[in-house]
Ligand binder design. Structure first.
Ligand code: PEP
Ligand code: MG
Length: 908
């Protein structure tokens, strides 16, 4: 573990190929700060600066602003001095002013969550110095107006008045453009920019009641505190919750000398990736703009150009631009500035090798000099994550252990989700073309505002561009489309991070927020209309387009193989149908850990017999109805056993409360009465009798089998006869019969007796036998406490952590939705315990149950079949406890396989 304090510094400086910090100090300096220090150390040209530690942020939250400023001020002043020396400029000087940037930087990158201020230090006096130094009046005024715009929104909190309103500064800019009859920002004259500065200051004063600060030191402290405050902003809190990052991490503040990409035609700025973040392909790629500042690339106001010639040609092909036009209007950096390109190419190589991972870098060219502003491990899609890890392994840059640990198991989900059905795609009409910002396929109904993404079950969020406020809605929507912005725009970066399909920069879309319309190619779409988007090609398609299951790549198969080589636990699946079983097998499940038999009873042809059984007043009546159910159950089991080809299958006896099977509506009650030739009133009486105050704690689980042993008999008979039939086909199944919801050993003993007795009868009648075992679910706290007793009779334990969580917390599985979100929001709970296993509490019971069980039954087979069996952190816990297997839903099998491998690897 990295120690936070190693020399009592609150401020760490970097630049000039030296640094106080290093990459190992991420927790203290934040990801960005640690990387800036590291880059400086290894000889990458970064603009000089300093990092205020994350610890100061935590102190700020605890002690408040005055105490913190007083403590760190001397260090900040000294650090500014050191930048001044390197850059040969003075902060706050009128003749030769040093301009700086202030950025946030938590220990993990949180795109768009935290705020940035550029050009800090400008005021009515220092601008004269900038003009004198650069001889570029236009640039100076442009920087000044950008600074006011950013500072006012980030630090002073100036925002549009409503979501339909434009940004107040953009409104002033648009107004001026209309007045001057111009279209581009670049067409503004110096006078225009000066007018903008005055108008901007005016609106700041009007809207905030405060004048825009002129003293650079006031500006600097304002910005530093705004970064700290943004750690507790709604967006940051939401992002932290989404990813489970703790609140007490805090953010660092990075202060750095400004370098300018907008100082003319020999300047520029860009973003690049050492490999393709969408596909993982090993090609250097990225985008840049000449005569622009960083936010121009990210905000997508202008369409960026490609860095490499190859990228540029690929882009032109997609955009249907002829080679001549491409060369002239959109040349690559490789063509336009070959020397700079060469240098950049070397740095990207050096950085990827140094960090042994795909890097996402930002750079600026200031009057022919290249500066690297930042590098970080690049966000990537699930597909890219797998390909890059496997490629780096093959290239010998990382070993198997690192390759496996590079996989975020949860992200594999993206690879397993639908793509467009190629046939449906052939007939689909392409209405517009954007950039393939985040791969995948989505079809849904249009919404124009992120906070309305929930309006439809499947919504596509259509925006001119997205901003950090939209992240929550982007997460809910099935896909995202933007009219502006490149591959590194906010929409693209966030979408890739959360694995959401996204098409960005579809310039042909005309979006009108007020009317809630989207116009393209003469067609007007309204909110609620269906469209489809292809994040792999950038196509936007008319209407609904059918999707299908994806095919998995060679690297995916390699990853699975690698996982199995390290995993110690088996990964089984929860499957109730042959189809589910087959999907799970194709994903590598090596058995079924849970077949819930009740699901089979809900099908139309069975529910009648089931109801007849429940409504019967006598054993004879019940047995008669069960007889009808027997062949259906038997054929269900045959299907499942056949699909599993001899792999173990655990079948659980009937579990849910019986009232779930009877009709509660008058019409269906009448139908049932007619079907069974009994009176409506007797149906009603029986339904009323079955009603329970707490059905989850009522007549369910083995309490059913113990009160109606004939149900257990029928199910056992169906299971074993199915296995015997399969044996004839040459498939040897060893069914594992599982008793649910046991709390006392006697409950289990009596059920086991019924099962064994039935087995004896079946084998005698069929003159044949199969091997079978009888085990129990561990779902009640009591069962875990008396596990040593139960294990004397049970062949295996399977932890049903859904019910165990319910009973340990005393939270109803069905009603927790009413309070859990508030508990999470208030921090009473860190995570939903039904999703992520509560290792601290429920975990103790699992440990006790496993230990005690194995004390009286050495080598007892133990597994888990609650929802947690496919959740990576819970899988890690299962390994620690020494379980033999985890069982999860079919689509989570690959996730569990990687999580099991990681758990085994990281245990040693
Ligand atoms: C459980 O309780 O964890 C379990 C797997 O059973 P069910 O969800 O069917 O109650
Ligand atoms: Mg259960």
């Amino acid at each position: 573990m990295e120690t936070l304090i190693d020399n009592n510094l609150s401020v760490y400086t970097f630049g000039n190929k030296k640094a106080d910090g290093s990459r190992k100090m991420k927790n203290l300096l934040g990801g960005k700060g640690a990387n800036l220090a590291e880059m400086s150390r290894i000889g990458i040209p970064v603009p000089p600066g300093f990092t205020i530690t994350t610890e100061v942020c935590t102190q700020y939250n605890e002690e408040g602003k005055d105490a913190v400023i007083a403590r760190i001020e001397p260090e900040v002043r000294a650090a500014i001095n050191s930048i001044e020396e390197t850059m040969g400029a003075m902060f706050g000087d009128d003749d030769n002013p040093l301009l700086i940037s202030v950025r946030s930087g938590a220990r993990v990158s949180m795109p768009g969550m935290m705020d940035t201020v550029l050009n800090l230090g400008l005021n009515d006096e220092s601008i004269k110095g900038v003009i004198k130094m650069t001889g570029n009046e236009r640039f100076a005024w442009d920087s000044y107006r950008r600074f006011i715009q950013m500072y006012s929104s980030v630090v002073m909190g100036l925002k549009p008045e409503s979501k339909e309103d434009l940004d107040p500064f953009e409104e002033i800019i648009d107004h001026l453009k209309d007045k001057r009859r111009i279209e581009q920002d670049t067409q503004f004259t110096v006078q225009d920019l000066q007018d903008l500065v005055y108008d901007f200051k005016d609106i700041v004063k009007k809207r905030t009641g405060k004048p825009f600060p002129t003293n650079p030191w006031d500006q600097l402290w304002g910005a530093i505190l705004a970064v700290f405050d943004s750690w507790n902003g709604d967006r940051a809190i939401y992002y932290r919750k989404m990813h489970g990052y703790p609140e007490d991490w805090g953010t660092a503040v990075n202060v750095q000398a400004m370098v300018f990409g907008n100082m003319g035609e020999d300047s520029g700025t860009g973003v690049c990736f050492t490999r393709d973040a969408g596909t993982g392909e090993n090609v250097f790629n990225g985008e840049y703009l000449i005569n622009a500042q960083g936010e121009d690339v990210v905000a997508g106001v202008r369409t960026p150009q490609q860095i490499t010639l190859l990228g540029s040609q690929r882009w032109a092909k997609l955009a249907q631009i002829e080679e001549e036009e491409r060369k002239e209007k959109y040349p690559s950096l490789e063509e336009l500035m070959p020397e700079i390109y060469k240098e950049l190419f070397e740095y990207q190589n050096k950085l990827e090798t140094h960090y042994q991972d795909m890097q996402d870098m930002e750079f600026t060219i200031q009057q022919g000099k290249l500066w690297i502003l930042q590098t970080r491990n690049g966000k990537r899609t699930g597909a890219a994550m797998v390909k890059i890890a496997m490629d780096l392994l093959k290239e010998g840059l990382i070993d198997e252990k690192i390759a496996l640990n590079r996989i975020e198991p949860r992200k594999l989900d993206e690879l397993l989700h639908p793509i467009f059905d190629p046939e449906a795609l052939e007939d689909a009409e392409v209405v517009a073309q954007g950039l393939p910002a985040s791969p995948g396929a989505a079809t849904g109904q249009i919404v124009f505002f992120a906070d309305e993404a929930e309006k439809y079950k499947n919504s596509i969020l259509v925006r001119i561009e997205t901003s950090p406020e939209d992240v929550e809605g982007m997460n809910i929507a099935k896909g995202i489309v933007t009219a502006r912005g490149g591959m590194t725009s906010h929409a693209a970066v966030v979408a890739r991070g959360i694995g959401k399909c996204c098409v960005s920069g579809a310039g042909a879309l005309k979006i009108n927020y007020k009317n809630r319309t989207l116009t393209v190619g003469g067609h007007e779409y309204h909110e609620g209309d269906w469209i489809s988007i292809n994040g792999s090609t950038g196509n936007i398609l008319e209407g609904k387009v059918a999707t299908k299951e994806p095919e998995l790549s060679g690297e995916f198969a390699e990853l699975m193989k690698l996982s199995d080589a390290y995993a110690q636990m088996e990964v089984r699946t929860n499957a109730d149908t042959p189809k589910d079983a087959e999907i799970a097998r194709s994903f590598g499940a090596t058995g079924i850990g849970l077949t819930r038999t009740e699901h089979m009873f809900f099908e139309v042809d069975r529910i009648k017999a089931m109801r007849e059984m429940i409504l019967a007043d006598t054993i004879k009546g019940r047995k008669q109805a069960l007889k009808e159910l027997l062949p259906m159950q038997r054929s269900d089991f045959e299907g499942i056993f056949r699909a599993m080809k001899g792999y173990p299958v655990t079948v659980r006896l009937l579990d849910p409360p019986l009232h779930e099977f009877v009709p509660h509506q008058l019409a269906t009650q009448k139908e049932l009465a007619e079907d069974l030739h009994i009176s409506l009133s007797s149906v009603k009486t029986k339904v009323a009798e079955l009603e329970e105050f707490n059905p989850m704690l009522g007549h369910r689980g083995c309490r059913l089998g113990n009160t109606y042993p004939e149900i257990t008999e029928m199910q056992t008979q169906a299971i074993l006869e199915a296995a015997l039939n399969l044996k004839k086909e040459g498939i040897n199944t060893k069914p594992e019969i599982m008793v649910p919801l046991v709390g006392t050993v006697e409950e289990f003993i009596q059920q086991k007796a019924v099962i064994d007795q039935t087995a004896e009868e079946v084998f005698k009648r069929r003159k044949d036998t199969v091997e079978y075992s009888v085990g129990t679910m561990m779902e009640t706290p009591r069962a875990t406490l008396v596990a040593d007793e139960i294990a004397k009779y049970a062949d295996f334990f399977s932890f049903g952590t859904n019910d165990l969580t319910q009973m340990t917390f005393g939270y109803s599985r069905d009603d927790s939705g009413k309070f859990l979100p508030i508990y999470l929001q208030k921090g009473i709970l860190k995570a939903d315990p039904f999703e992520i296993l509560d290792q601290e509490g429920v975990g103790q019971l699992i440990e006790i149950g496993t230990q005690r069980g194995r004390e009286s039954h050495p080598g007892l087979k133990v597994g888990i079949c609650g929802e947690h069996g496919g959740e990576p952190s819970s899988v890690g816990f299962c390994q620690k406890v020494g379980m033999n297997y985890v069982s999860c839903s079919p689509f989570r099998v690959p996730i569990a396989r990687v999580a099991a491998a990681q758990a085994a690897l990281n245990e040693n």
